[in-house]
Write a protein that binds this ligand. Structure first.
Ligand code: ADE
Length: 418
């Protein structure tokens, strides 16, 4: 079996951590049990490009239990947990192509290694498999049933492709499921981003001015958690509706040019390019800490920062210092890549449980319904989304009410008014 990982001897360490994560993934585990019996993915070649974490290992075990023939590469050069890669190779014989810290060339070589397995299903986090297939590996298209996409940025890329009429197979936007973005993006990103910033810096959040760029689901979670730790949160936005929401949620809202002057911490989560630029770095306070928790490392204009710096160097794990001409220092965390995965371990297992339950069930849905699907971006079917919420509540021992027949009738009628 072909694979490319850091060190197979890390496998036992990985095993302990994956088992720990698994304890918080009851929904995925229940799907795994069913998959073991029903084998809905029997013989399906599945190429996955995901953050190689303990939670991803649980998903891989589930898909394999369902009969899939999997290969896996990383969806970010800095997010691979090398012991997980080793664990999957040694204990599950899954070909993994991922090494933490890999350079761009290796990153794409690994993507191509997964594609060499001629997947019938793709599973992406950021759409790099799909875009490589549509760009350089078009010969694979005819063998592909469809794919799934985990994240907001990837879904935006796919919808742009569908809009232009170039999407060559059906895709399911896992991110659009309520049981994904309302929980993973908000509470997962909120907690894991704070976790990454604290692990990297060990700085006090309380009393600081914490600038959150963007106010989508991920940013909302981060603003909530930073505020909960005592920070004065400032939000920057380009969308009037989201900006208004941030105002009514109790945060100060202003342009990044103003926020740049007052922030102690900055974190971008917009999905867009060049959000914090050279002109903003130039006005920051000495000691400003700047991170990104959006999918790609394009939100901070690090090249621009380099141009105005007299010194750059790594001063501590995950922290690069940039000294400006007047002696002020700016600190960039995790090279401007996803700070929650670069400096911490990504979202907690309990929330990935729902995201990856969506991935597993969306794959099953694609296989079952492949003949009826068009080359567009689909949402996860509502009944799947709702069932995941039900299973999660059940696993938490939480019971809810059901409609009485009278209530049901009332909701389906229009005659009864004041
Ligand atoms: N994305 C964010 N957190 C993650 C995790 N723990 N595993 C896989 N993908 C993630």
């Amino acid at each position: 079996m072909d694979y490319d990982i850091k060190d197979i001897n890390l496998a036992d360490e990985g095993k302990v951590s994956v088992e720990w994560a698994n304890k918080s993934m009851p929904v995925l585990n229940s799907i795994k049990k069913r998959f073991e019996k029903e084998k809905p993915l029997k013989g399906v070649r599945l190429g996955a490009c995901l953050h190689v974490t303990t939670e991803t290992a649980s998903l891989m075990e589930t898909l394999k239990a369902g009969g899939a023939d999997i290969s896996l590469c990383a969806s970010n050069p800095l997010s691979t947990q090398d012991y997980v890669a080793a664990y999957l190779v040694k204990y599950h014989e899954i070909p993994v192509f991922a090494i933490n810290g890999e350079d761009t060339e290796t990153y794409y070589r690994h993507i191509n290694s997964v594609l060499d397995g001629k997947p019938a299903l793709t599973m992406d986090d950021g759409a790099d498999l799909v875009s490589t297939i549509h760009g350089q590996r078009r010969e694979l298209i005819e063998g592909i049933i469809g794919g799934t996409e985990e994240t907001t940025t990837g879904v935006i890329r796919l919808k742009a492709m569908a809009e232009k009429g170039v999407l060559a197979f059906p895709l399911i936007a896992v991110n659009d499921a309520n049981t994904k973005h309302m929980f993973d993006n908000r509470y997962g990103t909120g907690q894991s981003t704070i976790d990454g910033i604290i692990r990297a810096t060990n700085r006090l959040i309380a009393g600081s001015t914490f600038v959150v760029c963007g106010y989508g689901w991920c940013s909302k979670g981060l603003a909530l958690r930073a505020s909960g730790m005592g920070a004065n949160v400032v939000v920057t936005e380009i969308n009037p509706m989201s900006a208004l929401e941030a105002v009514m949620d109790g945060y100060r809202v202003m342009p990044i040019a103003e926020a740049a002057k007052i922030g102690d911490f900055f974190c971008t989560l917009t999905g867009d390019i060049s959000v914090i630029r050279k002109e903003h770095f130039l006005t920051m306070k000495n000691g400003a800490i700047v991170a990104n928790s959006g999918h790609f490392n394009v939100e901070l204009e690090i090249e621009g920062l380099k141009e105005i710096s007299t010194y750059t160097g790594r001063i501590r794990n995950y922290i690069d210092e940039y000294t400006l001409e007047d002696g002020r220092c700016i600190y960039i965390l995790g090279e401007g890549r996803l700070v929650n995965l670069a400096a911490a371990e990504g979202h907690p297992s309990s929330v990935m449980d729902m995201s990856f339950a969506n991935q597993a069930l969306a794959s099953e849905y694609l296989v079952k319904n492949s003949r009826d699907l068009k080359n567009i971006v689909y949402s996860v079917p509502e009944d799947i989304d709702r069932e995941i919420a039900r299973l999660k509540l059940e696993s938490m021992g939480i019971h809810i009410d059901t409609l009485t027949p009278e209530q049901e009738k009332y909701l389906n009628s229009w005659e009864i008014g004041t």
